[in-house]
Design a protein around this ligand. Structure first.
Ligand code: AMP
Ligand code: MN
Ligand code: MN
Ligand code: MN
Length: 276
């Protein structure tokens, strides 16, 4: 089955509306899709409806921003009840402060000789409260400072470069509690992106599992193919299920919906709960 359990719409930092994302997934052969916007559930209703029209399976999802040991870690919640009170309240808190952060990012970019990035990023953000580094990256590409958004994340917007402003996101234990209480399964997103040492990764996986985490992303657009085997082995070692998701943000911005390889058959797929 072609499963894609991680992607974004204009409800957060994706380039397409929830309906367009679902149509594109269906056209690309996806049979079971989860929309997982950052800290935001507002795209789910439209996406669920569109999935019904397209005749594909759909799982309500969210990708929660977490601060762990001073760095940002993402936790995907799958199969959550989008009306759950504690989840909604928690996410509202996580979402706050993005506009102020964006002003500070723009000040740093201004010092690096890039004018107008606050207005530029805001103009590209369909949902201004969710203005993110992705919108700044698109602005930098649009005004010709970089050739691609990927390049923007090499020279700007990352720790140690202009335009990076750290932020206090959710605590790991809180994010996991909101997901589990809302009836969902918590998945550690793209673990290979955090560049952790073996010891720190063991700490993260141990804490994640102890606090209710159930799966890790193994096949994701953020992993190089050699990382599929590495994180597959860690899933087995920690008794965690495995997930697969493109982390699609828009056409020509990384992996395509449903376009990644299958999970290794030795792994327990997180979607076993939802597939027919
Ligand atoms: P923010 O939540 O504002 O910190 O923005 C985080 C978003 O920036 C992520 O969800 C990605 O969409 C994007 N991002 C971060 N790092 C990279 C990278 N190295 N390459 C491409 N996109 C990235
Ligand atoms: Mn994103
Ligand atoms: Mn992420
Ligand atoms: Mn994502």
């Amino acid at each position: 089955m072609n499963v894609d359990l991680h992607c974004h719409s204009t409800a957060s930092d994706g380039a397409l509306s929830p309906r367009e994302v679902v149509r594109r997934a269906a056209a690309g052969g996806v049979e079971l899709l989860a929309l997982t916007d950052h800290d935001q559930l507002s795209g789910l209703e439209e996406a669920r409806e569109a999935a019904h029209e397209e005749g594909i399976g759909f799982v309500d999802g969210v990708e929660i921003s977490v601060s762990w040991r001073g760095m940002t870690v993402h936790v995907v919640g799958l199969g959550v009840d989008a009306r759950h009170h504690a989840l909604n309240e928690g996410l509202e808190r996580v979402r706050s402060g993005r506009i102020e952060r964006a002003r500070e990012m723009a000040r740093q970019l201004e010092d690096a000789g890039i004018a107008g990035s606050f207005e530029g990023a805001m103009a590209l953000a369909d949902n201004p409260a969710m203005v993110s580094r992705t919108h700044f990256a698109r602005y930098l590409a649009q005004c010709g400072r970089v050739a691609t958004t990927k390049e923007a994340f090499r020279h700007y917007l990352v720790p140690g470069k202009p335009g990076y402003v750290a932020h206090g996101w959710a605590l790991l234990a809180d994010a996991l509690r909101w997901i589990v209480e809302a009836g969902g399964r918590a998945v550690l997103a793209h673990p290979g992106r955090y560049r952790l040492s073996g010891g720190a990764m063991a700490d993260l996986l141990g804490e994640f599992r102890a606090a209710g985490g159930g799966a890790i992303e193994v096949v994701t657009g953020s992993h190089a193919p050699d990382q599929y085997a590495l994180f597959g082995a860690l899933a087995l070692q920690y008794g965690l299920a495995a997930s697969r998701g493109s982390d699609f943000h828009g056409p020509e911005e990384g992996a395509e919906l449903g376009g990644l390889p299958e999970l290794d058959t030795r792994l327990r797929p997180v979607w076993a709960d939802w597939s027919p």
